[in-house]
Design a protein around this ligand. Structure first.
Ligand code: UDX
Length: 435
């Protein structure tokens, strides 16, 4: 099938390459010429495991091309919209500028019978208004939310947990769902659940999934706060409640909380949209979820301050900058927030990360960066683990660290280290929600 993908950021670039890898003829379109030049050369503009391989394969096979010229979309049967919907600069609502720009640029190139499939995360009600805008072209709109996780994006796109197609009522909707089944034929053939809904439900599936995940993380972080007041261990608590299949252990990792380009802005946009709908009360708890999440960053900073008896002039090595491992994304990164706050208190902060240093340096040029982990921790008074890369969690032993550092204080902002092993090696170990 001929497919166009408008917007080649994290979502769109992966989607375009993944669609080519399952056999479609794909053109990826973006307004950023630098991004398009990189992609056309088979180079991912960001770190995403497995993406370089499918980009190179797709381009070599002739099934994958990238351009800034939106007229290349004409002739495609399906046009995916994968542009970003960031948080507005002056509020919590989603900024839909790029979605509207993408649709407006695409409209002159649509033909009757084309399917426009929205993948971006949007406030509920957006699809219905976009459907009206494209109606005069004779194209149909579907809302087909994307659930990919950064770091697993290729796998999540090719082999998702479920597919959701929000379509209009009637024959046009049935046809739209059939086209999407054909697009995702390999996953559908494997028995991946394919759920057909109306527009509003499809839009809400996405935001409610992210709201649930964020709530789960803040729930366990709230339990961490209670654990801190009582001497309990939140990691054991999470293991124990996680054995209940109704609860499940995943996303019960207590620590400095969630960040990234999705969960924080999506829960804020959801609350803002609910407010507009007169239903703010229904998701008031999301404000609490956000507040708990942000408090945990303060807690990590406080642990360092208390452990060192003040951080002014002390060397603190921050292990991690990305919002999570297997990513170079630093959007709303709790790791960098902790680093910036420590620096604000006068600590001599050195940040290290296997992938995210360049992005971090652009966003926070005031911090000191050192790509080499061992150089970064040399003569440190304290280590603070904030992104649980294997390089720090598994490969950095307390014995190795002891030979390099000045102090013996480690604050484990992700509960990723073996506390007993660090203590046995003479370190003062501080976890999140642990005695
Ligand atoms: C998320 C959703 O998982 C995905 O389905 C959606 O499409 C986009 O948003 P992503 O932002 O890539 O994906 O990251 P995710 O793996 O969900 O992690 C989000 C944040 O939560 C990270 O900062 C991570 O460190 C944190 N987290 C995750 C925890 O603090 N504890 C956990 O137990 C799990």
């Amino acid at each position: 099938m001929r497919v166009s993908v408008i917007g080649c950021g994290y979502l769109g670039a992966v989607h375009a390459a993944a669609m080519a890898s399952i056999g479609h003829d794909v053109v990826g379109i973006d307004v950023d010429p630098h991004r398009i030049a990189l992609l056309a050369a088979g180079e991912p503009p960001f770190f995403e495991p497995g993406l370089a391989e499918i980009l190179t394969e797709g381009i070599a096979s002739g099934r994958l091309a990238f351009t800034t010229d939106v007229s290349a979309a004409s002739g495609a049967a399906v046009h995916f919209i994968g542009v970003g919907t960031p948080q507005q600069a002056d509020g919590h609502a989603a900024d839909l500028t790029d979605v509207h720009a993408a649709i407006d640029s695409l409209i002159p190139h649509l033909s009757p019978g084309d399917l426009v499939a929205g993948k971006s995360t949007v406030p509920v009600g957006t699809a219905a208004s976009l459907a009206e805008r494209i109606a005069p072209t004779g194209a149909t709109l579907a809302w087909n939310p994307e659930f990919l996780r950064e770091g697993w994006a290729v796998q999540d796109t090719i082999d998702p947990d479920r597919l959701v197609a929000g379509v209009p009522a009637g024959a046009a909707g049935e046809r739209a769902a059939d086209i999407l089944r054909e697009v995702y034929a390999p996953a559908v053939a494997k028995g991946t659940p394919f759920i057909v809904t109306d527009y509003a439900t499809a839009e809400l599936v996405k935001v409610s999934a992210n709201a649930f995940l964020a709530t789960k993380i803040s729930f366990i972080n709230a339990m961490a706060e209670i654990a801190e007041a009582t001497g309990a261990d939140v990691t054991q608590l999470a293991d124990a409640i996680g054995h209940d299949a109704r609860i499940g252990r995943r996303f019960l990792g207590a620590g400095i909380g969630f960040g990234g380009g999705c969960l924080p802005k999506d829960i804020r946009a959801f609350a803002a949209r609910a407010e507009e709908l007169g239903k703010g009360e229904s998701v008031n708890f999301l404000r609490e979820v956000d507040a708990i999440n942000l408090r945990r960053r303060d807690r990590a900073v406080q642990l360092v301050v208390d452990a060192l008896g003040g951080v002014y002039g002390r060397k603190v090595t921050v292990l991690g900058a990305a919002f999570k491992p297997h990513s170079d994304d630093i959007r709303d990164s709790p790791a960098l927030d902790v680093a910036v706050r420590l620096r604000g208190l006068g600590a001599d902060v050195v940040v290290t990360d296997p992938q995210a240093i360049e992005n971090a340096r652009r966003a926070h040029p005031q911090l000191t960066y050192e790509a080499d982990r061992d150089e970064a921790i040399r003569d440190a008074d304290a280590l603070v683990l904030v992104t649980e890369w294997d390089e720090y969690r598994r490969q950095l032993t307390p014995e190795h660290a002891s030979a390099l550092t000045h102090g013996r204080v480690v604050v484990d902002g992700r509960n990723g280290l073996d506390a007993a092993a660090w203590r046995a090696a003479g370190w003062s170990y501080y976890g999140m929600g642990r005695p």
